[in-house]
Design a protein around this ligand. Structure first.
Ligand SMILES: Cc1cc2nc3c(=O)[nH]c(=O)nc-3n(C[C@H](O)[C@H](O)[C@H](O)COP(=O)(O)OP(=O)(O)OC[C@H]3O[C@@H](n4cnc5c(N)ncnc54)[C@H](O)[C@@H]3O)c2cc1C
Length: 499
């Protein structure tokens, strides 16, 4: 008889776990709180305009890589649904512009043209990018599951990336900027991401893009999520939406049932037709709410309780619809601005995506600015929301007006053609998805962060595992998917032992 599996959370991780469960002979069911599957891999519509709520760059799109095979196996992408851009973004400042080209040589030439005096530091930066291109996401199986020969054949090509990690990983972008004399380049490194962003992470992002291994899924995050969910259902998986799992009933170190709420009818339901469970929701929800703090994990507790060493990145998304042909403008821009505050986070730039490559029913083009928010900002938005909903709304509108004014400074010809659509705060992702503090890639990688994956077991529980972005640092869609896949390999071992 097939073993029955319940998966809590229908994001990338939960759906991937479901797909591999079905492929490996389990009878699975995914319980999802939201009214659509996908979790943070999402998007929505306002007045006929699509707002992408997630993917900027999806790693693992290069053919022949382990990650690409997983994306294909779960139906997320194939050759026909990837958009490859010529450049990553255009950085604009009062000192000049820098385009981050896909062609590394072209990018290097552009930097040298702007700052011959920084030839040595530019060469160092480009070397780290080239070395980082060799990084591959382990997606076939956990590294700890590979034998000596498998480790060698996977590991040897990665040596340059490991060298870059050892060297570039020591710098924040701010520290690395000190190697440059040219003010435009100093400014570039300090403004492109947050100054404490790790240089190696930056090089990995650029290296993956330049190597053809980080692109945009066609149809955006919402279509990608729907493709994965369809794949799960086509394999016989059962997807239950609008259902929040509240509490686990545990007997003899085994979960015997879950109490859940149907969010449409408000009815309480008991889910007990399963042998095993995987928590693919936020780790905070799993340990602190559903398991009621009884199985807290020291690895997670150390991370949840040390926000300096393990900061959580959340964001606001400010969206506009523009009633003109935007294809002549860059698809991604980062513009240096005078400092301003969003929540409690000081901003020095505005970055936006111009989605001219999606066809909105309204005929207009969506522009979206993503603004990162720190832990203090989360507290700020939460306090506003809890104490005075009107103030929360007014504050959002203030931010929206500020962005609109910046867009018009940059493109005065858009006057009268640009209208506000929507603004999310970290609370939006918390409300819809239970995302811990609205976090979008789990813990952030900084210079002081220990970069280690969680093993996926829940100490003390015999029939439950945990997967999802929070089990990795940093998270993101690829680690969410691989952790879901790996949890099924782990589960198969548990089933074998239980026999
Ligand atoms: C704005 C934004 C931009 C991003 N950009 C990128 C990018 O460019 N590239 C990239 O790789 N990644 C990006 N990410 C991150 C990526 O989307 C996430 O890392 C990934 O989708 C997380 O997947 P997950 O399944 O681990 O978690 P989630 O997506 O959080 O899924 C967990 C699911 O569990 C459900 N759930 C929670 N509690 C319960 C409960 N009690 N009962 C039932 N269900 C529950 C939630 O509703 C949710 O659907 C971005 C995220 C955001 C928000």
């Amino acid at each position: 008889m097939k073993k029955k599996l319940v998966i809590i959370g229908g994001g990338v991780s939960g759906l991937t776990a479901g797909i591999y469960a079905q492929k490996n002979g389990f009878k699975s069911m995914v319980i999802e709180k939201h009214n659509i599957p996908g979790g943070e891999l999402t998007g929505w519509y306002r007045d006929g305009n699509y707002i992408d709520g997630c993917i900027h760059w999806l790693m693992g799109t290069k053919k022949g890589t382990e990650m690409r095979s997983v994306w294909e196996e779960i139906g997320a992408i194939d050759d026909d649904n990837i958009i490859k851009m010529d450049y990553f973004t255009v950085f604009k400042s009062h000192l000049g512009d820098i385009t981050i080209w896909r062609d590394t040589k072209k990018f290097k030439e552009e930097l040298l043209q702007k700052a011959q005096e920084d030839k040595k530091a530019i060469n160092e930066f480009i070397r780290y990018i080239n070395e980082s291109k060799t990084l591959e996401i382990p997606a076939k199986k956990r590294l700890s599951e590979r034998n000596f020969f498998e480790l060698i054949s996977f590991g040897i090509p990665l040596i340059p990336a490991a060298v870059a990690h050892g060297k570039a990983g020591k710098y924040s972008l701010f520290e690395f900027s000190k190697k440059f004399k040219n003010p435009l380049l100093v400014n570039f490194f300090n403004s492109i991401f947050s100054p404490d962003h790790n240089l190696y992470s930056f090089c990995v992002a650029l290296g993956s893009f330049m190597d053809g291994n980080a692109d945009i899924p066609k149809g955006g995050s919402l279509d990608m999520a729907q493709r994965i969910a369809r794949k799960y259902q086509s394999l016989g998986g059962k997807l239950v939406l609008n259902t929040n799992v509240d509490k686990a009933n545990i007997k003899d170190n085994k979960i015997v049932s879950f109490l859940a709420t149907n969010l449409k009818t408000k009815e309480e339901i008991e889910i007990d037709d399963f042998d095993y469970a995987i928590f693919s929701c936020d780790a905070d929800v799993a340990y602190h709410k559903i398991l009621d703090n009884k199985y807290n994990d020291p690895i997670f507790e150390a991370r949840f309780n040390d926000s300096k060493r393990y900061p959580i990145l959340s964001c606001c998304l400010v969206s506009f619809a523009v009633d003109t042909d935007m294809s002549k403008y860059p698809h991604s821009v980062m513009v240096e601005t005078k400092p301003f505050m969003v929540g409690k986070t000081k901003q020095h730039k505005i970055s936006f995506r111009n989605y001219y490559y999606y066809k909105n029913k309204s005929g207009k083009t969506t522009l979206i600015s993503m603004v990162t928010q720190n832990g203090e900002s989360y507290d700020y938005w939460k306090k506003l929301y809890d104490e005075d909903n009107k103030k929360y709304h007014d504050e959002k509108m203030k931010v929206a007006d500020l962005f609109k004014a910046e867009y018009l400074k940059l493109f005065p010809e858009l006057e009268g053609k640009i209208e506000f659509l929507d603004m999310t705060t970290p609370l939006t992702y918390e409300h819809y998805l239970n995302a811990f503090k609205g976090g979008y890639i789990s813990f952030k990688k900084t210079k002081n962060t220990k970069w280690k994956s969680h093993h996926g077991a829940i100490d003390g529980l015999k029939n439950a595992l945990i997967s999802g972005q929070w089990t990795q640092i940093p998270g993101g869609a690829p680690p969410a998917a691989t952790s879901g896949k790996f949890s099924i390999a782990d589960l198969k071992k548990i089933v074998k032992k239980d026999k």
